[in-house]
Write a protein that binds this ligand. Structure first.
Ligand code: NDP
Ligand code: PYC
Length: 348
């Protein structure tokens, strides 16, 4: 032990205890019980699957959004159908999880009916990973894609000033008899949550994650958070980040990351705005040929794994299996900060 916070033994929680803790903390923040249940479930899934930047740590982030008046704690989602294959859920300024839950059954029904359908989540606060949503759709037998802008934290390739959000893209493909193929990543070099965890742990970040406020590459997490993050894959990630801004912003009548940042007015809340989710029923194109064509997809997965490469999602599913048997290990400092919310102290 060096006395560094990272050396403290973690706090062991079962998945049930984590869910209960998350619900209590969100209830203490004033969240209505249906929101608290939906938000807690997403955070517990993140923690269980080893996605620490989007696990229980997000209780601190969500608490701040409520405390600062960024998230409406008792918003009532409104579901509408702007066109036969389109669903819109207005989140009323609350967290995005309950609006997704309310819109998903109609999205699934429309995708099955028309072969393809889209759900726009509008006016919702986004703190979470997207994979739980696309995974849930693939478990219904659908191919799914999800996109959301965030706050303007990321510089375009060739620049050093923030324009884009961390703008994740998530994809899921159904696999008969197995967990779906899922990937989900930010179009920035890394999710901002990862940099925040580096800052909390007092650790440097790799030099290609971002720039300080003067536009110089930096390994200081605090300086990169204050400056600009970089996109992944140079001009390619930059173009994808722009695409996410467009299709989950103006296309669905919602904010860009720059507009979301301006609307935050320095309160330090999570991004507020839109998310676009597409669902495609393989039977729409393939009819009775579905199983033959899904089997061809399995051949591709096998070709990847046979050479020792791994599929996206493999680490996450292994973490899930481990958590299901061994429970969760929460960093002691994160646990202490979460418990402070229950004691009525402001989120750190
Ligand atoms: P990573 O860079 O960690 O990449 C994650 C994806 O890549 C996962 O699907 C992961 O699978 C896969 N992957 C990683 N390494 C390999 C490998 N060697 N071979 C094959 N696949 C691999 O994620 P990010 O930091 O970019 O994003 C983390 C999370 O942050 C995402 O869930 C995202 O939704 C969330 N986020 C949310 C935002 C929002 O606005 N709501 C904004 C930005 C990010 P596995 O999980 O199995 O490792
Ligand atoms: O980690 O970049 C991030 C993020 C933004 C919103 C939710 N997560």
């Amino acid at each position: 032990m060096t006395g560094h916070p990272a050396d403290e033994p973690p706090v062991a929680l079962s998945i049930g205890e984590a869910r209960d803790l998350a619900r209590r903390v969100l209830g203490a923040c004033g969240l209505a019980s249906d929101h608290a249940a939906a938000v807690a479930e997403t955070m517990v899934r993140g923690e269980r699957d080893g996605c620490t930047s989007h696990g229980l740590y997000r209780l601190l982030v969500a608490a701040r959004s409520v405390e600062q008046g960024v998230a409406v704690p008792d918003a009532v989602p409104q579901v509408t159908e702007p066109a036969p294959a389109l669903v819109r859920v207005d989140g009323g300024g609350g967290f995005a999880q309950l609006p997704f839950e309310r819109g998903m059954p109609l999205l699934v029904a429309k995708a099955r009916r028309y072969g393809i359908a889209a759900l726009a989540l509008n006016n919702a606060v986004h703190f979470a990973a997207l994979w739980p949503e696309v995974e849930a759709l693939a478990e219904e037998g659908l191919v799914a894609l999800a996109f959301t802008p965030s706050h303007a934290w990321v510089a375009p390739e060739g620049g050093t000033q923030p324009v884009f959000g961390t703008n994740p893209i998530a994809f899921a493909w159904p696999r008969p008899g197995r967990a779906p193929f899922v990937f989900d990543f930010a179009t920035s070099a890394v999710a901002r949550g990862e940099i925040e965890l580096h800052r909390r742990a007092g650790k440097p970040v790799p030099p290609d994650w971002g720039y300080d406020p003067q536009g110089q590459p930096s390994t200081d997490a605090e300086a990169v958070l204050a400056g600009a993050m970089r996109t992944f894959g140079a001009h390619k990630g930059s173009a994808l980040a722009a695409m996410v801004e467009l299709i989950a912003g103006p296309l669905i009548g919602d904010m860009t990351s720059a507009e979301s940042m301006a609307a935050d007015e320095g309160r330090g809340g999570s991004p507020i705005g839109g998310e676009l989710i597409l669902a495609i029923d393989p039977a729409g194109f393939l009819g009775a040929g579905v199983s033959d064509h899904l089997a061809r997809a399995e051949a591709m997965f096998a070709a990847i794994e046979q050479q020792g490469a791994r599929l996206p999602g493999t680490r996450r599913l292994a973490a899930r299996a481990r958590s299901d048997t061994q429970g969760l290990a929460i960093p002691a400092q994160v646990h202490r900060d979460i418990m402070q919310i229950l004691e009525g102290r402001p989120p750190k």
